[in-house]
Design a binder for this molecule. Structure first.
Ligand code: TRP
Ligand code: ZN
Length: 482
C-alpha cells in the first residue's frame, strides 16, 4: 500500500496554536529518585513502570469548537505493582489548576520538556491498594509532532476552524502517543483502561466518544453527552468528537460476545457527500464477516465518525475516525478489523504494532474474497510492492518504520503464510483462539508471545514458516492459498 494521503494542506487548515506555558509549581520536598518509565524501545520516555491506571473518568468542556481551547477534569483510578512514592503521568496539555489525591489537594509539578505531570501522594501508592487522582486543567492542548509521518501531522487534539459556512469541530488522532496532548495519562498501550467520557458543548453541537452513550443533559446553553467504554482500551484509541453531526442509528447486530447485540451508530458532519455514506453502507455485513473469522466483536457498539480534514483514518474504539478523503469501503473494513486487532488485542510495545496493522490489512483481503474477488491476487500485489520497495524484519526498530509498507503488507503476508501452512479452517480457529487468549488479562500481545502461540496452536512447522516472515531480512516467497 502507498502512503495513503498527503497532509500538508490540511495541517495549514487546522490552524494550530502554540501551547500556552504551563506554570511550574515548586515541589515542597526534594523528589525521590526519578520514577522509571515503561522503557518502550521506540518511545523510552512514555509511561511509568509499576503504575496501573484502571479507569479514566473524564469531563471535557469545549466552549468554542473550532478553537483549541478546552477545560478538563479527570479522575484516574490507580493501582500499582510496586510501591510508588510519586505518580508520574504523561501530559503535554493545558495548564493544571488543581490536583487531588483521594479528594485532598496534593503537591504536583509539570515538566513540559519531559511531558510529565508528577504528583506526590500523602503516602506511597502500594500494591493491593487503589487511589483516585483528580487533575483539573484548562487552556490549549500540547502539540506533539508525529514521529513517524514525515509531514508535520500533529498528534492528539485536533480543532477544525469554522469557515465557509461550516461550524468548528474537534476530534482526536492520537496513535501512537498523542493522547497526553490533552489527557494526563499513562500513555502507553500496555496500560489499557476503561473510560467514562463526558463532553460539554454549546447547544446545537453533538459530542461523541468511545463507548456506549449513557445520556445527554441540556442545561443553559450547553449539552453534556456521556459515554461509557466498559472494556479496557489503549489510550491512543480513545475517540472524542464534536461537530454539528447527524447521528444515524441502525439496528443492533448480534455478533458480540455470547451473541450479544452490538449497537450501531454513525456520525456524519453536515453536507457529507452520498459517496462517503456509501463507503459505510455495508458495515453490518462486514461485522458479520469479520466476526466469522475473528470471533465475537469485542465491544458493545460500532460505527464511524466522519471528519473533514485530509488526514489518515484511525481505529478509535467503538467509533472509528474516518476523514472524508479516507472514506472508502476498504479503509472502513480495515478500521473495523482494528477493533479486534489493536483495540481488544493490543501491541505490548510499539515495535509489536505490525500485529495490529498486519491483521487489519489482512481483513481487506478477507473482505475481497467475501465479495467474490481474488485474495491470492491481493496477496501477490503486496508481495510485488515489497519486492519493489524493499523490506525488513517486522519488529520496527525506529519510529519511521512504525507504519511503513512492511508493517502493513509484510505483516499481512505473515498471516497469509500461516493460512497457507494450516488451511482455512485451522486458520479461522487460530485467529479466534488468538483473540480469546490475548484480549484477556492485560489485553496485550508481544511478537515473541505471538510466535509461541503459533507453535502451541499450529505446531513447530507453522511456527518456522511464520518466523521467516517475522525475523528474516529478505522477503520470503509468496505463500499460496488455494
Ligand atoms: N492505525 C492507523 C490505521 O492504519 C494508522 C495510523 C498510525 C494513524 N498513526 C496514526 C492514523 C496517527 C492517524 C494518526 O488505521
Ligand atoms: Zn491500520
Amino acid at each position: 500500500m502507498r502512503r495513503p494521503f498527503s497532509l500538508a494542506l490540511s495541517l495549514l487548515a487546522l490552524g494550530l496554536l502554540t501551547a500556552a506555558p504551563v506554570p511550574a509549581q515548586p515541589a515542597p520536598r526534594a523528589p525521590a529518585a526519578p520514577a522509571e518509565t515503561l522503557r518502550d524501545p521506540l518511545f523510552p520516555g512514555l509511561g511509568q513502570a509499576g503504575l496501573d491506571v484502571r479507569h479514566y473518568d473524564l469531563h471535557l468542556t469545549v466552549s468554542e469548537p473550532g478553537t483549541r481551547a478546552v477545560r478538563g477534569v479527570v479522575t484516574l483510578t490507580l493501582a500499582s505493582t510496586r510501591p510508588l512514592a510519586q505518580v508520574r503521568l504523561d501530559f503535554l496539555g493545558p495548564g493544571v489548576t488543581a490536583v487531588r489525591w483521594n479528594d485532598r489537594a496534593v503537591p504536583f509539578r509539570v515538566d513540559e520538556r519531559a511531558a510529565k505531570l508528577t504528583v506526590t501522594p500523602p503516602a506511597p501508592l502500594r500494591p493491593g491498594t487503589a487511589a483516585r487522582l483528580t487533575v483539573e486543567y484548562a487552556g490549549t492542548p500540547g502539540e506533539r509532532a508525529d514521529p513517524d509521518f514525515p509531514t508535520p501531522l500533529l498528534l492528539g487534539w485536533q480543532a477544525v476552524p469554522a469557515g465557509d459556512g461550516r461550524a468548528g469541530a474537534i476530534f482526536l488522532l492520537s496513535e501512537p502517543n498523542g493522547t497526553h496532548t490533552f489527557l494526563p495519562s499513562n500513555d502507553h498501550p500496555s496500560d489499557k483502561a476503561t473510560f467514562i467520557t463526558r463532553v460539554t458543548v454549546p447547544r446545537g453541537y453533538v459530542a461523541a466518544a468511545s463507548g456506549v452513550e449513557a445520556g445527554r443533559v441540556d442545561a443553559g446553553g450547553t449539552s453534556t453527552f456521556t459515554f461509557s467504554q466498559r472494556e479496557p482500551i489503549p489510550t491512543y484509541a480513545l475517540g472524542v468528537f464534536v461537530d454539528r453531526f447527524e447521528r444515524v442509528d441502525g439496528a443492533a447486530v448480534p455478533v458480540g460476545v455470547g451473541g450479544r447485540a452490538v449497537a450501531r451508530r454513525d456520525y456524519f458532519p453536515p453536507g457529507v457527500p452520498g459517496t462517503v455514506r456509501e463507503a459505510f453502507g455495508r458495515t453490518d455485513e462486514a461485522l458479520r464477516v469479520l466476526a466469522e473469522w475473528f470471533g465475537p466483536y469485542p465491544f458493545a457498539a460500532y460505527g464511524v465518525a466522519v471528519v473533514t480534514p485530509r488526514l489518515p483514518a484511525l481505529e478509535t474504539a467503538t467509533l472509528s475516525t474516518l476523514p472524508l478523503n479516507m472514506s472508502t469501503e476498504r479503509v472502513a473494513v480495515h478500521e473495523l478489523a482494528h477493533q479486534w486487532f489493536g483495540n481488544a488485542v493490543t501491541p505490548a510495545q510499539w515495535p509489536d504494532v505490525w500485529l495490529s496493522e498486519g491483521l487489519a490489512a489482512y481483513a481487506e483481503l478477507l473482505w475481497t474474497e467475501h465479495l467474490g474477488g481474488d485474495g491470492q491476487a491481493y496477496a501477490a500485489r503486496w508481495h510485488a510492492n515489497l519486492t519493489r520497495a524493499g523490506t525488513r524484519p517486522l519488529a520496527a526498530t525506529r519510529t519511521g518504520e512504525l507504519f511503513d509498507l512492511t508493517t502493513y503488507q509484510r505483516g499481512a503476508l505473515t498471516f497469509h503464510a500461516l493460512r497457507a501452512e494450516i488451511g482455512d479452517a485451522a486458520f479461522r480457529d487460530f485467529l479466534r483462539a488468538y483473540v480469546t487468549r490475548f484480549s484477556a488479562g492485560p489485553g496485550t500481545v508481544s511478537t515473541p508471545a505471538f510466535l509461541a502461540f503459533v507453535r502451541e496452536r499450529a505446531g513447530a512447522g507453522a511456527e518456522g514458516a511464520v518466523r521467516r516472515w517475522v525475523e528474516e531480512r529478505a522477503l520470503p516467497p509468496l505463500p499460496v492459498v488455494r
